[in-house]
Design a protein around this ligand. Structure first.
Ligand code: SF4
Length: 331
């Protein structure tokens, strides 16, 4: 049994990827890292990823996040208090409490609220399936924090724009009554994916006729509509892997992933639609990993810098929301 398990997100730098036991998207990171036998799990990704692993890990496992301020700007765009107030406003507009459907890219406090209100977590890879199951229910959906993933998924499922409603922080302080809607969306966004534009896609199509363009669903809806497909990082990986020799791909996601795809598939032409870096992801460097591994080996029973601690009630509720996602994904 390995004492230490290193889990890394696809957007990490190559120096981290080389050291990792698992390289995955946020869904597989949370589910598979927590299933490892190791006593110590080091999560090389942003903070919410380490929190999710810690929420699902066994009590005898220690989950470590190497750099405390490697956070996700999108996850920080909504607080628990704002989410609770938004849900009150939705209940006032619809007469019923909404079902919270929360993107994995959120704080543990928001995940815990989701679990406490019988909602679910989703990722970009399973949002379609999970939103569909919630649309079959009686409650309207409150999707947070990424308006683009929520909007793109609702559109794919045939929800007209007129039945969606974006809620901003300013709305919580205004007297405006929210309109009734099937899907309410918090106004959060990913700065890394918001950079992509339809003009990037047009430029790629002009330069490489016949190119297949795939973008992340955190991109703006007009970018997703202009692309040939939208997919999670894991989904893009599969699409490229299964494509034919010599195929040409335009990719709209974080640049470290695109650079790795270029090196890995030298028999295919892969271009970045735009070079866009998640600066939080790359705060973790190999020296941080080396330092933690040395610390564990020197004193495995001592306190390890970067250990994630989660309050019991928050863990139980966040866990319920994460397990609901797993159950709906496997249904
Ligand atoms: S790519 Fe976007 S959503 Fe992902 S961690 Fe970076 S800022 Fe957050």
């Amino acid at each position: 049994m390995n004492e230490i398990f290193v889990a890394a997100h696809h957007y990490q730098d190559e120096s981290i990827i080389r050291e990792a036991d698992l390289v995955a998207d946020s869904y597989r990171l949370a589910v598979e890292a927590a299933q490892s036998d190791a006593r110590f799990i080091i999560v090389c990704g942003v903070r919410f990823m380490a929190e999710s692993v810690a929420t699902l890990a066994r009590p005898d496992q220690t989950v470590i996040h190497p750099v405390a301020d490697a956070g996700c700007p999108m996850a920080d765009m909504i607080t628990r208090e704002q989410a609770e107030r938004a849900m009150e406003r939705i209940a006032a507009a619809t007469g019923k409490e909404a079902a919270p459907l929360t993107y994995m890219n959120s704080s543990n406090a928001i995940k815990a609220l989701t679990g406490a209100r019988c909602g679910s977590i989703c990722t970009s890879g399973n949002a379609h399936k999970i939103m569909k199951s919630f649309l079959n229910g009686e409650r309207s959906i409150f999707f947070m924090p990424d308006r683009n993933l929520g909007m793109n998924t609702a559109r794919e499922l045939g929800v007209p724009a007129s039945e969606t409603c974006i809620i901003t922080a300013a709305d919580l302080d205004s007297a405006r009554q929210l309109p009734p809607a099937r899907v309410y969306l918090w106004d959060g966004f990913c700065p890394v994916h918001r950079i992509f534009s339809p003009a990037d896609i047009e430029a790629a199509r002009n330069e490489y006729p016949g190119i297949t363009v795939t973008v992340h669903p955190e991109c703006d809806p007009e970018v997703v509509v202009a692309a040939d497909s939208s997919a999670s990082t894991e989904g893009m990986f599969r699409e490229i892997d299964e494509s034919s020799w010599g195929s040409v791909w335009g990719i709209g996601t974080e640049m470290h992933f695109v650079e790795r795809m270029k090196k890995r598939y030298s028999n295919k032409k892969i271009i970045a639609l735009h070079r866009s870096c998640c600066h939080d992801m790359v705060k973790i460097r190999s020296e941080h990993l080396d330092r933690i591994q040395a610390e564990i080996r020197a004193n495995p029973d001592g306190p390890i810098q970067g250990t994630i601690h989660i309050d019991d009630e928050e863990r139980d509720n966040a866990r319920a929301a994460l397990l609901r996602m797993v159950e709906l994904t496997n249904a």
